[in-house]
Design a protein around this ligand. Structure first.
Ligand SMILES: [Zn+2]
Length: 293
C-alpha cells in the first residue's frame, strides 16, 4: 500500500537506488555449475549453434523475421544471445570460454541506460570497442543492444541520429553490425511506473520503433501530450533483423539470476526440440562474472 503511494515519487527512486547499491553486497545466486561446464554440456548436445547475423530473413504471418528455411530445416538450431548490460570486458571472458568449446553466438552491446555502461562508454570507449572487436575476432557476432525509446523519452532527441552515431562508432572500430536487440530499460520502467502503467503495453517496448518489426507507429504520452514514438527502418541503418522478433520455438534466460527461466536449455535440446525448431538462450555475461570457469 505504502509502496503504491510512493511509486513515481523522487523518494521512491531514491529507495530503489539504495536497494540496488545494497544488492552488491548480497550473495549472488549461482547455478550448480560454471559457465565453462555449461558450455561443455552444450557442446555435447545435438544442437547446431548459429549467429543471427549469418542468416537472411523474410516476414511471415507469425514472425517479422523468419530465418531462411534451408539453413534451419534439418537441425536443432540454437542461438546463444548475450545482452551486454554492464561490461564488455566480462563479455570478452565469456566469448573466450565459448570459443574454447567450439561455441559461437551473438553479443549485443548497450551504450545507454545502465550506469556501469554509461561510465565505460564515457571513460573507456576505445577499450570497450577493442573488447568487442576481440569478441568478433573469436568468431562471434557483435550487434547493438539498444534503448532508443528510453533515449527518446529522456531527451526528446532525434534517436535516429543517436542510433547512427553509435553504429558508426562500432563500424569504424571494425565491428560488422547486422542486427540489434531491445534492452529491458530501467528508464522505460521508471517512465511507465510514473505514468501508472503497470503491464508494459506493447507500444512502450523498444522493439516497436522498427518498421520491419511492427505494423504501425506507436503513441505515448509525454509531458501530457500524446506523441508518436520514433519509427525507424532497420535497413536504413544497414541492419537486417531484431533478434526478439526472430522466430523461436523455445526461450530460456538467466534473467534475474534464475537458472533457468522457462526450464533447462540442455533438457530442451535433448528432450523437447525437433529438427527445424529454434531455441534462443539468453545469457547475461555479468550474471556469470564470478562463475565463469
Ligand atoms: Zn539489456
Amino acid at each position: 500500500m505504502i509502496k503504491e503511494k510512493l511509486r513515481g515519487t523522487r523518494f521512491y527512486y531514491f529507495l530503489v537506488e539504495v536497494k540496488r547499491r545494497l544488492e552488491v553486497f548480497k550473495k549472488i545466486p549461482k547455478p550448480d555449475y560454471t559457465y565453462a561446464e555449461f558450455c561443455e554440456k552444450l557442446a555435447n548436445s545435438k544442437a547446431t549453434f548459429m549467429k543471427y547475423g549469418d542468416l537472411n530473413y523474410t516476414k511471415s504471418n507469425r514472425f517479422p523475421f523468419e530465418p531462411e528455411v534451408s539453413l534451419v530445416a534439418s537441425k536443432k538450431t540454437v542461438f546463444i544471445r548475450h545482452d551486454i548490460d554492464h561490461s564488455p570486458f566480462v563479455a570478452l571472458k565469456m566469448a573466450k570460454v565459448e570459443a574454447e568449446h567450439g561455441l559461437y553466438g551473438s553479443y549485443y552491446m548497450l551504450t545507454t541506460d545502465s550506469p556501469d555502461i554509461k561510465k565505460i562508454w564515457r571513460e573507456e570507449k576505445e577499450e570497450a570497442l577493442n573488447a568487442l572487436k576481440k569478441i568478433q575476432d573469436l568468431g562471434h557476432e557483435v550487434g547493438l543492444h539498444y534503448d532508443l525509446l528510453g533515449d527518446f523519452l529522456e531527451s526528446g532527441n532525434d534517436v535516429g541520429k543517436i542510433c547512427e552515431k553509435t553504429l558508426t562508432g562500432f563500424r569504424e572500430a571494425g565491428i560488422n553490425v547486422f542486427g540489434c536487440v531491445a534492452h529491458g530499460s530501467q528508464r522505460l520502467s521508471k517512465y511507465l511506473n510514473a505514468k501508472g502503467i503497470k503491464d508494459f503495453p506493447r507500444e512502450c517496448i523498444n522493439f516497436n520503433i522498427w518498421e520491419e518489426s511492427n505494423e504501425k507507429e506507436a503513441m505515448v504520452e509525454l509531458n501530457d501530450r500524446k506523441i508518436k514514438v520514433p519509427f525507424l527502418k532497420l535497413s536504413d541503418y544497414e541492419m537486417k533483423y531484431e533478434a526478439y522478433k526472430v522466430r523461436r520455438n523455445y526461450y530460456h534466460s538467466d534473467n534475474n539470476y534464475v537458472f533457468w527461466q522457462h526450464g533447462d536449455p540442455i533438457h530442451t535440446i535433448n528432450n523437447k526440440m525437433k529438427e527445424g525448431e529454434i531455441l534462443c538462450i539468453l545469457v547475461h555475461p555479468f550474471v556469470w562474472r564470478k562463475n565463469m570457469e
